[in-house]
Design a binder for this molecule. Structure first.
Ligand code: HEC
Length: 125
């Protein structure tokens, strides 16, 4: 009986935890909360501490005119911000580009990264 009780409790817990986690992930909100301190996302071409992220999905890495990138990110020049590269970058910027100046620790959850990347893409469309 004790085993059954545990199974029921585990199933209940999973049932409660999963929908709550999914409902939390809103790319626009996350971007506003975690990225806008340092990034603009508009057609002005203006930068903040970080480069403007307008059209960044599909854009060459480290290519905003007039922005002084770190050597770490500069090493990725010639490559593109594909969704895969953005996912790796937003998991842990310092691992993707050693010595980066982007002081953001990263998102541990894949859903959060996916939501922000989808938002970056949709903002331009
Ligand atoms: C504390 C400031 C800061 C925060 C917060 C921050 N960034 Fe950055 N970001 C930077 C800086 C600085 C760079 C340039 C990095 C370098 O040169 O190493 C950068 C670079 C980038 C790039 C590369 C752009 C290019 O032109 O190649 C992307 C993409 C990016 N950030 C996305 C994000 C997203 C998405 C968030 C929110 C989850 C975020 N950043 C949060 C400062 C920040």
């Amino acid at each position: 009986m004790r085993i059954l009780g545990f199974a029921v409790a585990a199933a209940l817990f999973a049932g409660i935890a999963a929908p709550a986690a999914a409902a939390d992930v809103d790319g626009a909100k996350l971007f506003k909360k975690k990225c806008t301190v340092c990034h603009r996302l508009d057609e002005t071409g203006k930068k903040k501490v970080g480069p403007n992220l307008w059209g960044v999905v599909g854009r060459p890495i480290a290519s905003m005119p007039g922005f002084k990138y770190s050597k770490g990110l500069g090493r990725h020049k010639g490559k593109t911000w594909t969704e895969e590269n953005l996912d790796a970058w937003l998991t842990k910027p310092r691992a993707f580009a050693k010595g980066t100046r982007m002081a953001f620790p990263g998102f541990r959850k894949a859903e959060q990264r996916a939501a922000v990347i989808a938002y970056l893409r949709s903002a331009v469309e």
